[in-house]
Design a binder for this molecule. Structure first.
Ligand code: NAP
Length: 285
């Protein structure tokens, strides 16, 4: 018996990274999956964008677990596309039980040099995209008097990342939005919670430019992420976290185990938030 037997989960940004881990975890626990992602480049970021191949690989991994996977090419900035994805999911499966609002991007610039385009692009995806995704599923969940929404925020909602004012603001905004959704949907039996991931190894953080930065020289490799991951976390033997760590927390929130949990924020960061910048990392031999 899986924790999500017979349920249907809609996951934005489901092609790769944490989104794929959510899709695979939901499928492993018995849910059918709808992934929403953009397959054509629509944003400018410093790392490679998801590809058609990424999209197909998530579908393949879900189907290998014996669950169905519907994949929709939709941008979370486009309400009509999201509404279309919900209509399609309900036609295919008759229901949507879970929304994981995971799609997100990151770019970098001091706030005074950031262009308006850069600000709006990121806030539109990371914050407004969550509102639009929740808006798309809400009427269906309200009608069924049941549902669970998990918003993927970030530790940077709590602790700002330098040169990322738009990202920090979008992720803090996501927590305020989550609380509004939780409050307004509570009378209908629909729950909403947020996860604040710490440093997670995904295509957003693990790529040549990032490896060079961690190494402090050109020609860095994935191995150069390890010390950065260790100094970011407090827990023993912990480096950059695997996306499955975020997916298992979302699984808890979306399952009956969290039936009475709504409006909460769970950081999943290997204890990073226990390490204020003024303290050095405690070491236990
Ligand atoms: P990722 O590997 O880049 O995955 C993000 C996915 O979202 C990609 O498939 C991306 O597609 C998709 N996406 C981006 N814009 C979209 C849009 N407008 N409409 C639909 N899909 C869109 O990054 P990740 O690390 O898994 O990130 C997942 C979430 O976790 C994000 O919200 C991120 O901010 C958050 N987070 C990440 C970390 C970390 O350390 N990795 C830490 C804290 C929070 P394209 O590539 O085609 O744009």
């Amino acid at each position: 018996m899986g924790l999500l037997d017979g349920k249907v989960a809609l996951i934005t940004g489901g092609s790769r990274g944490q989104g794929r881990a959510h899709a695979v975890t939901c499928a492993r626990e018995g849910a059918h999956v709808v992934i929403v992602d953009v397959t054509k480049p629509t944003t400018e970021v410093d790392y490679a964008l998801a590809t058609d191949e990424d999209h197909h690989e998530t579908v393949r991994q879900v189907e290998a677990l014996g669950r169905r996977c519907v994949s929709v090419d939709a941008d979370v900035r486009d309400q009509a596309s999201l509404d279309g994805a919900v209509t399609l999911a309900v036609q295919e499966f008759g229901r949507i039980d879970i929304l994981i609002a995971n799609a997100g991007i990151w770019t970098k610039a001091p706030f005074w040099e950031m262009s308006e385009q850069q600000w709006h692009q990121l806030v539109d995806v990371n914050l407004t995209g969550i509102w639009k995704s929740a808006k798309a599923v809400a009427p269906h969940m309200i009608e069924r008097r049941s549902g669970s929404i998990v918003v993927i925020s970030s530790n940077n909602a709590i602790e700002p990342l330098i040169d990322s004012a738009h990202y920090n603001a979008s992720k803090s905004g996501a927590l305020g939005l989550m609380k509004s959704i939780a409050l307004e949907l509570a009378p209908y039996g629909v729950r909403c919670n947020a996860i604040c991931p710490g440093f997670i190894k995904t295509p957003m953080t693990s790529h040549q430019r990032a490896w060079d930065m961690f190494a402090g020289r050109p020609g860095g490799t994935e191995a150069d992420m390890a010390p950065a991951g260790r100094s970011y976390t407090a827990l023993r033997n912990t480096e950059a976290l695997d996306p499955s760590e975020i997916a298992s927390t979302a699984l808890y929130l979306n399952s009956h185990l969290a039936n009475k949990v709504t409006g909460v924020v769970i950081p999943v960061d290997g204890g990073h938030l226990l390490l204020p910048a003024t303290n050095s990392r405690p070491v236990v031999e």
